[in-house]
Design a binder for this molecule. Structure first.
Ligand SMILES: Nc1ncnc2c1ncn2[C@@H]1O[C@H](COP(=O)(O)OP(=O)(O)OP(=O)(O)O)[C@@H](O)[C@H]1O
Ligand SMILES: [Mg+2]
Length: 372
């Protein structure tokens, strides 16, 4: 190490290793953990003694991006990085991280460095939208009262004027009526948003919901697309309202359809059981959310300036969009005690939905609120 040479002192590697602010794992050629630094012990809530000798894939789960990346680096002997990875670890909440891994010059192992992104960034993605959804609900009530009545008055008055108007003026009164209708439709959608109730919760087979949603999409707005459906047949039911969950899937599929090209567009719908998937909720509880649904598309991706805001109401990049589709998705998912997140780049947009299983003791948020 150059520093050692410069000061003439031998560097204290252990001191440096344990002073590194980021978690670092050293793994051997077989993918088993050899050594972790202090930051990694903290981050993984486990000691060097507990972790040493354990296969990374066994701990992080077979489909873990962390184990995947480490495996690739070992096989290909090249440096690799992955950004915005949702890292799951037994007994710990899912966290958003960047990963860097490099082969070690000697011994055939690799080092993996974890850069945790702010916790709020992960949870913010879905939890903060709960309050946004609530404010829309309140606004819906206000809109219904304060806008609908005067709007009907405006429309009615325009209709009266139209009767005696010249051709030129009739065009203008027509315009007033059309625009009033457009506002009325928007208010209607916002009002419907406010009316989404707590739902009738019962065990729901998610695959039935996905199949219905895909069939309906194929018959309508997504008829130009190819669907790839990959289901985990052993997926247990979730506790939920099938109609509301159908609405969630339809909104996600509709966005995917609107983002993909007319030719070559592909929507991928996957389900998987992720044992050990736990997410921290406000209040410090850890909820087990092992049912994973992914809806991905190969469209243009979410505009960069909208990323991080798409679940907020009225955020839209579409001229005729209301920006309520994903706000509604987020509200329904959180009412089901689930979490939704998204990562997107041009050509690959992926919405990931995590839900509890029906037999879980996790009660949906809506019921908990009713009981309070
Ligand atoms: N699959 C996707 N690919 C690219 N962009 C997306 C995707 N899903 C959502 N978005 C972006 O997120 C924005 C918000 O989506 P949302 O569904 O809330 O509203 P909208 O689709 O614009 O309007 P509405 O759903 O009310 O018709 C979209 O306008 C779009 O920019
Ligand atoms: Mg939409």
């Amino acid at each position: 190490m150059r520093n050692g040479e410069m000061t003439g002192r031998a560097p204290d590697f252990e001191l440096i290793w344990n002073s590194l602010p980021n978690p670092v794992l050293m793994i051997d050629g077989q993918g088993a953990i050899v050594e972790v630094n202090g930051a990694a012990e903290n981050f993984l809530s486990a000691s060097q003694r507990q972790l040493a000798g354990q296969p990374l894939a066994g701990l992080a789960g077979e489909d873990s991006r962390l184990a995947d990346l480490a495996g690739q680096v070992l096989r290909q002997n090249v440096k690799m990085a992955e950004y915005g990875v949702e890292l799951s670890w037994p007994e710990l909440p899912v966290r958003l991280v960047d990963l860097q891994a490099a082969p070690m010059a000697e011994g055939g192992g690799a080092v993996v460095m974890i850069h945790p992104r702010a916790i709020v960034e992960t949870m913010d993605r879905s939890l903060s939208h709960r309050s946004a959804a609530r404010s829309v609900t309140a606004m819906a009530q206000m809109l219904a009262h304060e806008i609908k009545n005067p709007l009907a008055g405006i429309s009615g008055a325009a209709q009266l004027l139209q009767m005696n108007a010249s051709d030129e003026d009739r065009e203008l009164t027509g315009l007033i009526r059309e625009e009033a209708e457009r506002i009325g439709a928007l208010v209607g959608r916002v009002e419907a948003f406010g009316e989404i109730g707590p739902g009738r919760f019962q065990p729901v087979n998610i695959h039935d919901v996905l199949d219905r949603a895909c069939r309906s999409a194929k018959a309508g707005f997504a008829s130009h697309l190819r669907f790839v459906q990959e289901y985990d047949p052993s997926l247990p039911p979730t506790l939920g309202d099938a109609d509301q969950l159908m609405q969630v899937m339809l909104n996600l599929l509709k966005n995917a359809a609107e983002a993909t090209p007319k030719v070559g567009g592909i929507i991928t719908v996957q389900s998987a059981y992720r044992a050990g998937m736990k997410v921290a909720t406000p209040g410090g509880r850890r909820e087990s959310l092992p049912l994973q649904i992914v809806i991905a598309d190969n469209g243009g991706g979410i505009p960069e300036d909208l990323q991080g805001h798409i679940f907020e109401p009225f955020v839209t990049s579409k001229s005729a969009g209301s920006g309520l589709g994903l706000a509604l998705v987020s509200k329904i998912v959180s009412d089901h005690g689930g979490v939704i997140s998204c990562d997107s780049q041009p050509g690959a947009t992926r919405f990931r939905l995590l839900l509890p299983v029906a037999s879980d003791e996790t009660m949906p948020a809506a019921d908990a609120e009713d009981a309070a």
